[in-house]
Design a protein. Structure first.
Length: 288
């Protein structure tokens, strides 16, 4: 059986797959990991529709001669969706009060809304707020959207640009226990707020870097003494979970310990690992 991706023959052999469903499932996962999304599938020149999926997935691979797959690059879809969203915000801003009230029910069904809800859920949450309740102004939503647009357009540069604020917030995290002990509640709350914003931004950028092929594909742990980025992300995620629980319980001592001894160093380690991975990838590509 021949498999073509965007009209190019896929140079790969089938392993244990016996049905079309198994082939397509593994193919979709591989393409997603490579920053692509399937837009069309043809089996023996017949376009596959949604109603045909269940039956085709059961077919034996020996009964099929060729699978043709067309894909879209997720980064390009994201960039296009952001442009569409900016146009939607401008349209919303020009509506009267009654039309604004009804805008969200129509907008949430659009392709732009559905894509953003899956790929950029934190941006979607702001959109829901603006278009349904208006608590976040259209002007603020434009600023947030344009920031994410920069992250998609040049994630490496956007990551480099936040290094100074990252270093500053890590220093403030170290100082947080003292701020709490000395009653500087306003400064402590601001530290947590900025830390949350920086963390969300780094997570978004890492996702874009991975989608766009900036990150170096590390060797298995046995061949690599350093922790892979996936492990650093997992460890940092566990710290965030513990920090949230301590903050909700108003456990100031534990919050201070976690921010000073866990969150601050792990955030720096993650940032440095991502930057190092980018440089490795650029060096590898430069040597080709």
């Amino acid at each position: 059986m021949e498999i073509k991706i965007n009209d190019k023959i896929l140079d790969a052999s089938l392993d244990n797959e016996s049905t079309i469903g198994e082939v397509l499932t593994n193919l979709e996962q591989w393409l997603t990991d490579s920053g692509h999304r399937i837009s069309e599938i043809k089996i023996d020149s017949q376009t596959v529709s949604a109603s045909m999926i269940e039956e085709l997935f059961k077919k034996d691979i020996k009964s099929v001669k060729r699978i043709d797959v067309q894909t879209n690059v997720i980064a390009e879809l994201t960039a296009a969706s952001i442009i569409n969203l900016l146009e939607d915000i401008n349209e919303y801003s020009g509506l009267n009060f009654e039309d604004k009230t009804n805008y969200f029910s129509k907008w949430k069904e659009s392709a732009t809304a559905q894509f953003i809800s899956v790929e950029i859920p934190d941006l979607y949450a702001f959109c829901v707020n603006t278009f349904s309740s208006g608590e976040v102004s259209a002007h603020t939503l434009i600023s947030i959207t344009e920031e994410i647009q920069r992250e998609v357009h040049d994630p490496k540069k956007e990551l480099e640009n936040i290094e100074q604020i990252l270093n500053e917030i890590c220093e403030r995290l170290v100082d947080l226990p003292l701020d709490i002990q000395t009653g500087k509640d306003s400064r402590a709350a601001q530290t947590i707020q900025v830390f949350s914003a920086v963390t969300e931004k780094i997570f978004r950028i890492i996702k874009q870097l991975d989608i766009q092929g900036y990150l170096f594909r590390e060797k298995p742990a046995a061949e690599n003494r350093e922790k892979p980025i996936t492990q650093l992300l997992t460890e940092f995620g566990c710290v965030l979970k513990d920090l949230l629980e301590a903050y909700e319980k108003n456990d100031s001592v534990l919050v201070g310990d976690l921010t000073e001894y866990e969150a601050s160093p792990k955030l720096k380690d993650l940032y440095n690992a991502v930057m190092e991975s980018i440089h490795k990838q650029e060096k590898t590509q430069g040597n080709k």
